[in-house]
Design a protein around this ligand. Structure first.
Ligand code: SF4
Length: 340
C-alpha cells in the first residue's frame, strides 16, 4: 500500500496566513484527510499560527476546500495572559503559553475527530519567542503532543514526528524552510496556486505597545477583567483618573457607537452639549472633582472653544440625562499625566 492510500487524518491549525495555508496545502497534497482548525481568542480573531492573522479565515478554508472547525479560548485565555508561565515577548504577548493553550485545545479536537496528528505552519526561527527549537519542544511537551506536531515547512530541520517514523507521512516530501525571509514560502505559494494571502503580521494585538500599556493598566486595577473589558481596550483613548476610575474617549464615530454598545446599564457616559465631540465612558466610581476632570478631557477632544466654560452632559446608556457638568478644556499636560 502506498503512503498516500493509507487512511490518515490530520488536524491543521489554520490562521488564514500564508504559512498555515501552505501547511494545509502540503498536507492535502500528501493525500492525507485534512480538517482545518481556527482558534479565536479575546485578543485575536484567529491565532497568528506562525504567520499572519487572517481577515476572513472561513474564506481561506473555503478556497482551500477543506472541512473547517472554528473554536475559541475565552476567560481561561485572559487568566493565562495575566500570568504566563513562560513570560511575554516584546509586548504583552505570551506566545509560548498561548501556543500551549491552543495546542491543548487542538488535542481535544483531534481526539474528538480521530485525527492522527496536528499540523501547523510554524517555521523554525521565524518568530523569536515561540519558534526557536527550545520553544517548539517546550510547547510540544506541555501541550501533551510530543512527537505529534508536524510542521511541514520546517520538518526536515526538525526531529522526525511519529507520523513520519511510522510511515503516515513521507518526510522526503516535506520542506526545510527556516528564518524570517518569506521568499521560499512565496515561491511555494505560486507552486500550490495560492494567490490571495495577507501580508505577514507581527503577531496579534498583544504585541502592540499601546495595547500592551492599556492591558497592563487593566491588570493592575482589576482582579478578573472580563471580555467586555478587553473589547473596551481595543478602542478609544484611555485615561486613568484614579485607582477606581478610568475614562475612555472615542476617537471617531465608529468608536463612539462601540462605546455606547459596550457600556453597561449601570455606567455613565459623557458628551459635550451643542458641539461635535466624542462619547466618553466613565468606568468605575467617581468623585465630584474626577467628574470635572473627565468633563475637561471630553471638552478637549470636542469642537467646543477651548477657553470657554462648556456644558458636558452626563447620561446613562439609555440616553437619560443625569446632570450637566461645566468644564473648560483640559491642558495638554493634564492629558499626558492621565493618559494610559
Ligand atoms: S502573537 Fe503570540 S500571543 Fe498573539 S496569537 Fe500569536 S502566538 Fe499567541
Amino acid at each position: 500500500m502506498s503512503v498516500e492510500s493509507k487512511k490518515v487524518k490530520a488536524l491543521v491549525m489554520l490562521s488564514g496566513g500564508l504559512d498555515s495555508s501552505l501547511a494545509l496545502a502540503i498536507t492535502k497534497k500528501l493525500g492525507i484527510e485534512t480538517v482545518a482548525l481556527s482558534l479565536k481568542t479575546p485578543f485575536c480573531n484567529f491565532d497568528c499560527g506562525g504567520g499572519a492573522c487572517a481577515g476572513d479565515v472561513s474564506d481561506v478554508a473555503r478556497r482551500l476546500n477543506v472541512e473547517w472547525i472554528a473554536d475559541e479560548l475565552g476567560d481561561e485565555y485572559i487568566d493565562m495572559v495575566r500570568r504566563p508561565k513562560h513570560g511575554y515577548g516584546s509586548g504583552m504577548n505570551p506566545c509560548i503559553d498561548c501556543r500551549i493553550m491552543m495546542f491543548k485545545k487542538a488535542k481535544e479536537i483531534m481526539e474528538r475527530i480521530g485525527a492522527d496528528f496536528l499540523v501547523t505552519g510554524e517555521v523554525l526561527g521565524q518568530r523569536p519567542m515561540s519558534q526557536n527549537l527550545k520553544a517548539l519542544q517546550a510547547i510540544e511537551k506541555e501541550s501533551g503532543l510530543e512527537g505529534k506536531i508536524l510542521r511541514p515547512l520546517s520538518a526536515r530541520l526538525l526531529q522526525a514526528t511519529k507520523a513520519e517514523e511510522n510511515g503516515m507521512v513521507d518526510r522526503e516530501r516535506l520542506y526545510s524552510i527556516s528564518g524570517r525571509s518569506r521568499k521560499e514560502q512565496i515561491a511555494l505559494a505560486s507552486e500550490f496556486g495560492l494567490r490571495r494571502y495577507p501580508n505577514p503580521a507581527g503577531g496579534c494585538i498583544l504585541t502592540e505597545k499601546e495595547f500592551a500599556r492599556k492591558l497592563r493598566d487593566l491588570f493592575a486595577h482589576m482582579a478578573k477583567p472580563d471580555r467586555r473589558q478587553i473589547e473596551l481596550l481595543k478602542i478609544g483613548r484611555h485615561f486613568r483618573l484614579s485607582a477606581d476610575l478610568k475614562l475612555i474617549v472615542g476617537r471617531n464615530l465608529i468608536e463612539n457607537n462601540t462605546i455606547l454598545t459596550l457600556a453597561d446599564e449601570s455606567e455613565h457616559l459623557m458628551a459635550v452639549e451643542n458641539y461635535v465631540g466624542p462619547i466618553c465612558l466613565l468606568l468605575g466610581n467617581y468623585k465630584e472633582e474626577e467628574l470635572k476632570l473627565a468633563a475637561s478631557i471630553c471638552v478637549r477632544y470636542s469642537d467646543a472653544p477651548k477657553s470657554d466654560d462648556i456644558s458636558v452632559k452626563l447620561f446613562d446608556k439609555k440616553g437619560n440625562l443625569i446632570r450637566l457638568v461645566q468644564a473648560k478644556s483640559a491642558q495638554q499636560s493634564t492629558l499626558d499625566h492621565y493618559r494610559v
